[in-house]
Ligand binder design. Structure first.
Ligand code: FAD
Ligand code: NAD
Length: 468
């Protein structure tokens, strides 16, 4: 068995497996260590992929229940097999983890199962559940150990009634009621999954807006849309405690007027952010340092205080997103290879997979105001889009922020059908510093959702919309 490598990657999430594949493609003898028996990390097993599988299943159910009749489709009595939804989700995850096994074999990457712990900057010990271990050496290491859910004082996650997204994705039966602490990305995606199948969902959010880090117009519109699906939303709330009563949970919180209120539900889902994961990694045996939030400190080349050890993904600073981790995986492999890769962190898009979807890239209006940067805004509602009307998808808008002098695109914020895919156009436009005029003078197929972007560019340029 080989125990000496050019590059050992620790963690097999989207950061780790991409780093390993790119390293192998560049000719390095590569190994990847994963403590779980399956590859893929948070994203594949308990994050991006299973949530999207359940979001799709529940959206089909909701569409059948709320829109089919208007389309002239009768289905008889609509039924829901919750367990089948969970089984299909498991199958989708399985297809993705199988795909990763195939990719590791194809690229001749050695997969090592067990928990990696640094002995020093050149050697790790990998220990299995039965306490057997093997030591491995490498010229370079890439730490991609990801993140775990965090909680707030007074709320202890017990994984039975007080749960995280991980448990919520594998419940054995459909709950009747659920309280979600946190109206960020996980909070609103989970609220969508459960509300669509008839669970009474209440969101308690600390900030005065849902998805508060995104452009404020998006949170406002999303709140209205979720409320129309019967999600109860309370903003500016301070949660004090959650108590497991055996077959329910009681959550105490205070509202804006400092009144203490209590709500009881079948489950309390805690979605207040995630924290970097470095437990048991033996960083104390290296020079690697953590910042105040527990993230591994790296330089701009993603190198830690040890010259030969890099860190990527959720375990370092920046957005906790799969595609950010993937980009960094490629970045470190190419950096080790002596290349000069580049990541434009300002142009990493954010997507929330509610329906309609929310997607964003570049500056928000608040950020432009804070920087005293002049901008003009062009906002086009999907209710004025012929494509959206044909599809009964009239909620939301596309908003473009641009520089008033040259028309350079500064930000794009969409809430509407297929926003997750539309946002790619904004990323390309901003990366290559195109202007409003460049974007509205190109041809857009009719009728498409992308025409909403053309209209937003036209409005943002000052020329004015054709369709409103
Ligand atoms: P991870 O995916 O967390 O992988 C780290 C891996 O390292 C894990 O498998 C862990 O077991 C392993 N590991 C840790 N320590 C050790 C050790 N000492 N030895 C060996 N192995 C170790 N992002 C998106 O971009 N789009 C989405 O739609 C999206 N949806 C999400 C939904 C949910 C519910 C959640 C929780 C997250 C979602 N994310 C999404 C975020 C995304 O999952 C993360 O940003 C991404 O997984 C980070 O990748 P990573 O490689 O840094 O770490
Ligand atoms: P988040 O940071 O998106 O949201 C956490 C929310 O909890 C915030 O709105 C915050 O104001 C709120 N909050 C914090 N303390 C609170 C308190 N005491 N009471 C009430 N609310 C409180 O984090 P998340 O939703 O847990 O997601 C974690 C990470 O996973 C995010 O960084 C996100 O990028 C990633 N993720 C991404 C996707 C996606 O890309 N579609 C999906 C899910 C998760």
């Amino acid at each position: 068995m080989e125990t000496n490598f050019d590059i050992i990657v620790i963690g097999s999430g989207p950061g780790g497996y991409v780093a390993a594949i790119r390293s192998a493609q560049l000719g390095y003898k590569t190994a990847i260590v994963e403590k779980y028996s399956v590859l893929g990390g948070t994203c594949t097993n308990v994050g991006c992929i299973p949530t999207k599988a359940l979001l799709d299943s529940t959206e089909h159910f909701h569409t059948a229940a709320t829109k089919f009749k208007t389309h002239g489709i009768g289905t008889g009595e609509l039924t829901l097999d919750f367990q089948q939804m969970i089984n299909r989700k498991k199958e989708v995850v399985g297809q993705n983890t199988d795909g990763l096994n195939y990719l590791m074999a194809k690229n001749k990457i050695q997969v090592i199962q067990g928990t990696a712990c640094f002995k020093n900057n050149k050697e790790i010990r990998v220990t299995k559940d039965d306490n057997s271990y093997v030591d491995y050496t490498a010229a370079h290491f890439v730490v991609a150990t990801g993140s775990k859910p965090s909680t707030i004082p007074g709320v202890v996650i017990d994984k039975t009634r007080i749960i995280t997204s991980t448990e919520a994705l594998s419940l054995s039966e459909k709950p009747k009621t659920m309280v979600i602490i946190g109206g960020g990305v996980i909070g609103v995606e989970m609220a969508s999954i459960f509300a669509r199948i008839g669970v009474k969902v209440t969101i308690l959010e600390y900030a005065p807006s849902l998805i508060p880090t995104m452009d404020k117009d998006l949170g406002k519109e999303l709140k209205k849309i979720l409320q129309r699906s019967d999600v109860e939303i309370f903003l500016s709330q301070k949660v004090q405690s959650a108590v497991n009563n055996g077959d329910s949970v009681s959550v105490k919180y205070s509202n804006e007027k400092e009144e203490v209120l209590e709500i009881t539900a079948d489950y309390c889902l805690v979605a207040v952010g995630r924290k970097p994961y470095t437990e048991g990694l033996g960083l104390e045996n290296t020079k690697i340092e953590l910042d105040k939030q527990g993230r591994i400190i790296t330089d701009e080349r993603l190198r830690t205080a040890e010259d030969n050890i890099y860190a990527i993904g959720d375990v370092i600073a920046g957005a906790m997103l799969a595609h950010k981790a993937e980009d960094e995986g490629v970045f470190v492999a190419e950096t080790i290879n002596g290349q000069k890769p580049h990541i434009n962190y300002r142009l990493i898009p954010s997507v929330v997979y509610t329906w309609p979807e929310v997607a964003s890239v570049g500056y928000t209006e608040d950020e432009l105001k804070a920087k005293n940067m002049a901008y003009q805004s062009g906002k086009f509602p999907f209710s004025a889009s012929a494509r959206a009307r044909a599809a009964m998808e009239k909620e939301g808008f596309a908003k473009v922020l641009s520089d008033p002098k040259y028309g350079e695109i500064l930000g794009m914020h969409i809430i509407g059908p297929r926003a997750a895919d539309l946002i790619a156009q904004g990323v390309i436009g901003m990366e290559y510093e195109v202007t409003n005029e460049d974007m509205y003078r190109i041809s857009y197929a009719h009728p498409t959702y992308s025409e909403a972007l053309k209209e937003a560019y036209l409005i943002s340029s000052g020329q004015g919309s054709i369709n409103i």
